[in-house]
Design a protein around this ligand. Structure first.
Ligand code: PLP
Length: 461
């Protein structure tokens, strides 16, 4: 399998090169040249597989430059860190299925992809005798999942900048209690934007980036999307009995990475009826699906902060397919976005969008209301991100259809909102309780680019 760029500017490259490239060098995103097909017979034959076994069946179809036994090793190591034997179990509550993606080390679904990416980086770097210095900014979730994905791994250093005192206490502890020698937390006296601006500046200094082998772990790496395809198939197998039953998935969406993985599963032949794109008040993608209106607005802060995003970085991957795999049309669309603050679509294009997707925007009052009523009716606690998806599914998908809602975070991770909605504190899982009182390591610094750069250089040595 070879990978190409949505902007059409690179020669096709094999899987390992695609993982190491991250963002395509022409500014586009990497995609496989084609999608392997899965048949109903194959699906039925997969029913008895464990999560890692199924992951191998799916991922290996996209990877032809790693020996199968090695790929199996990478996958097994990644999912051995999950605390539930099913890795991503499915439960049924109140007429919907809930796909629990939060049994990883940081209790959010990003662990599913970042455990795999961390092990994949380590494997490729060892083979190539290379080192990688990951630098990133986080407002909470991605940073901790990335740190846990690469802690203790050979050939990798990770530097994560977070705004000092501005993440939730749990999020900060999930990062700073990781004291492995290759993990470097930097708390910046400033905002998340200060952190992000400094990281961007470091990456824009191409000489510095090259000299110190800087790399990123943001949501545009193809390996992350690929790892997420697996749980759509896994959930489908749990809620159906034969190889053709259509299932709809409700996906709380920020960067369009998670829901794009569902689109890939559909392209591979998984019988998916609708992909329900659930947004909070940051609803550009809902306006797009429902009205063909993809125009930028400001970001507002909500109870589901990991979805407070305007420009969804993985959306470009979907546009490439929507535009018939035409890189010139993709380039024109992003030129229009830059110049006009919007992308316009034809009626034919919008008809294609609505064949696969539907969308609902759920505001914060509805989110709290859903957490509260769901708890009252079932005793099951939803985190605010998951609640956005559940609310959307209950509103939009027929009650007699197979509906799977992706649960993207454990309720205890956003305990304040959960307590506000239900009146009871979310039970604290042992993984969070254990953080209190653990040793921490974190460098507190001013929002001073030169000082941050110096710290990184001195640390790499
Ligand atoms: C990142 C995140 C999302 C959004 O996922 P995307 O792939 O960015 O669409 C939803 N919920 C939680 C808890 C997250 O951390």
């Amino acid at each position: 399998m070879r990978y190409l760029s949505t902007r059409g500017g690179i020669q096709p490259i094999p899987f390992k090169d695609a993982v190491m490239m991250g963002l395509a060098t022409d500014g586009g995103l990497l995609l496989p040249e084609s999608y392997p097909r899965i048949t109903p017979e194959q699906l039925n034959a997969w029913r008895r597989l464990s999560y890692p076994e199924l992951a191998f069946e799916i991922i290996s179809r996209f990877v032809d430059d790693i020996p199968p036994a090695d790929l199996k090793g990478v996958i097994d190591r990644s999912y051995a860190t999950f605390t539930h034997p099913a890795v991503t179990p499915v439960v049924r509550e109140n007429g919907v299925y809930i796909l629990e993606l939060f049994h990883g080390l940081t209790l959010a679904f990003k662990d599913v992809a970042l455990q795999f990416l961390g092990n994949m980086f380590e494997y490729i770097l060892a083979e190539r005798r290379q080192n990688l210095n990951i630098v990133g900014a986080t407002s909470g979730d991605t940073g901790s999942a990335a740190i846990h994905g690469v802690r203790g791994k050979k050939g990798i250093n990770i530097f994560i900048l977070h705004p000092h005192g501005k993440t939730s206490p749990v999020q900060a502890l999930q990062m700073t209690t990781v004291t492995d020698a290759n993990v470097h937390n930097i708390a910046i006296r400033g905002t998340f934007d200060d952190c992000q601006d400094m990281v961007k500046a470091l990456f824009n200094d191409l000489e510095f980036k090259e000299k110190y082998a800087l790399g990123a772990v943001n949501s545009i790496n193809w390996a992350r999307v690929l790892a997420q395809v697996v749980y759509y198939v896994y959930a489908w197998l749990r809620v159906t009995e034969d190889g053709k039953a259509p299932v709809s998935f409700s996906v709380p969406t920020g960067n369009f990475g998670d829901i794009f993985a569902g689109y890939v599963a559909k392209r591979m032949g998984l019988p998916i009826e609708k992909l329900l794109l659930a947004t909070n008040e940051n609803n550009i993608l809902t306006r797009f699906v429902n009205k063909g209106d993809y125009s930028l607005a400001g970001v507002v802060s909500t109870l589901s902060p990991s979805m407070d995003i305007q420009v969804a970085s993985n959306f470009e991957r979907y546009l490439f397919h929507l535009f018939g795999e035409d890189p010139a049309r993709v380039r024109a669309a992003f030129a229009e976005l830059k110049a006009e603050g919007r992308i316009t679509f034809s009626n034919e294009e919008m008809a294609l969008v609505r064949r696969d997707f539907c969308s609902v925007s759920v505001d914060q009052e509805q989110t709290l209301d859903t957490i509260g009523s769901f708890y009252k009716e079932t005793g099951y606690l939803l985190d605010p991100h998951t609640a956005v998806g559940v609310r959307a599914a209950l509103e939009q998908l027929p009650g007699d259809s197979l509906r799977v809602c992706l649960a993207t975070a454990h309720p205890a991770k956003f305990g304040e909102a959960v307590e506000k909605a239900t009146g009871v504190p979310a039970p604290v899982p042992p993984a969070i309780a254990a953080l209190e009182g653990m040793p921490t390591r974190c460098k507190v610094m001013d929002a001073d680019l030169a000082a941050v750069r110096e710290f990184i250089v001195a640390t790499i040595g």
